[in-house]
Design a protein around this ligand. Structure first.
Ligand code: SF4
Length: 398
């Protein structure tokens, strides 16, 4: 994940997993499922040298079909699910005087790595929610597999992601089935990798017609689209936490205080007679700066969104161009798209509601905790002696 932090172009570690996917596709033994992340439908246009956002979502779906995926689903569906869980978790934390605040978001794996390595005291403050990518894998292997009567071992679950940190996230032990050892998500591809596949196959922009996502993981709301940019998770969570608490919609649908590309954004929200102090921070340097007062009384926030890349995932290291001037154009497109979506708030996603009815029962409930939440642990640094021993294969003897 560090590459996207310190090398926004991702050029230092240009990993390519497209061959791994081609091998699985060729054998035709597995149902190959793909899910596309919120920011990637914006940047996919750039692989055809077009302005960000100029491919419609329907054209992105068609592109993925042409690449040979058997089912095309939307990671925005599980972004909506993340908000239902995270909004509920926030309410629990606010209500319980003994619970730990502030709560930090946990959907950016580069940020989670940073906490585990450099700020272990923050671990209890991280939301226990899995990221949309990991909720996607879990829903596919634990729910969808049963629904379509396919053994999870015969499913190959792929995601299209903005960064290489997502490749490492899916390898965490917490995201394997405890009985079978199967990973929930098998492979994450960056938009750059998708670009290489498209070039190899010679797919042209003019071939792309509109296609629809498969169901039931194909519907999403404007809130899920907002995940693409810094402040988006915060805005989405505020919309739904408000609804979960008061049973009505947040008065202003657009929450400007957390929009835009500023590295550190702050807001105060009147919430049930309490002033909720919010912050949305993006970019490595800004994060360290923001955390300078951590542990002192000056640090008095309640809910904080952190994204490792400048501007959030639209500035991710796996996106097509390294030129950061493109980020403002991408964020504009995110806001335009979100405005046009049929449903704007995660709690209005009918398929998410159905998922709770049929399977999870209720947000933050027992089943949701099992399938949609996770744990963190301080990173264990190896001493140089340990590393040396490991290199020689005798780590267990010492
Ligand atoms: Fe990846 Fe988004 Fe985090 Fe950047 S901000 S490391 S793109 S998850």
């Amino acid at each position: 994940g560090q590459c996207s932090l310190y090398c926004p172009s991702g050029a230092i570690t240009e990993i390519d997993h497209t061959e791994n996917l081609e091998v699985v596709m060729k054998t035709k033994k597995k149902l190959v499922i793909v899910g596309i992340a919120p920011s990637c439908r914006i940047s996919l246009a750039e692989i055809f040298k077009l302005t960000p956002g100029s491919l419609t979502t329907g054209q992105c779906v068609h592109l993925l079909k042409l690449l040979g995926f058997n089912r095309i689903f939307d990671v925005q569906f599980t972004a909506d699910l993340t908000i239902m869980e995270e909004g509920t978790e926030l309410l629990h934390r606010i209500k319980d005087p003994n619970s730990i605040l502030p709560m930090f978001t946990s959907c950016c794996p580069a940020w989670v790595n940073m906490v585990e390595k450099q700020y272990p005291n923050i671990i209890p403050h991280l939301s226990s929610c899995r990221s949309p990518q990991q909720m996607f894998g879990s829903v596919i292997k634990n729910y969808y597999a049963k629904r379509v009567n396919v053994d999870p071992k015969d499913i190959f679950c792929v995601t299209v992601m903005p960064c290489t940190a997502k490749k490492k996230e899916l390898l965490r032990d917490q995201f394997r089935n405890p009985e079978t050892g199967l990973k929930d998500v098998d492979l994450a591809l960056t938009v750059r990798e998708i670009g290489r596949m498209v070039a190899k196959r010679g797919i042209e922009f003019s071939e792309l017609e509109e296609r629809e996502f498969d169901n039931p993981l194909g519907f999403s709301t404007g809130s899920a689209q907002l995940f693409a940019g810094s402040g988006g998770v915060m805005e989405a969570a505020v919309r739904s936490a408000y609804w979960l608490k008061f049973g009505e919609n947040f008065p202003a649908l657009v929450y400007n205080a957390v929009r835009g590309l500023k590295g550190i954004k702050e807001a105060v929200l009147d919430f049930d007679g309490k002033q909720l102090r919010l912050a949305a921070v993006s970019g490595g340097k800004n994060i360290h700066k923001f955390l300078e007062t951590w542990g002192t009384s000056a640090f008095n926030y309640d809910f904080i969104e952190i994204m490792a890349c400048p501007g959030g995932c639209i500035g991710g290291g796996g996106q097509p161009r390294s030129n950061l001037d493109i980020v403002p154009i991408r964020i504009k497109s995110v806001y335009q798209r979100e405005q046009k979506m049929k449903a704007r708030s995660s709690h209005d996603n009918p398929y998410v509601k159905k998922l709770y009815q049929e399977w999870l029962k209720k947000p933050y409930g027992e089943k949701a905790m099992m399938y949609l939440h996770t744990t963190y642990a301080p990173f264990k640094f190896k001493s140089s002696l340990q590393k040396e021993k490991q290199k020689h294969g005798d780590i267990n003897k010492g």
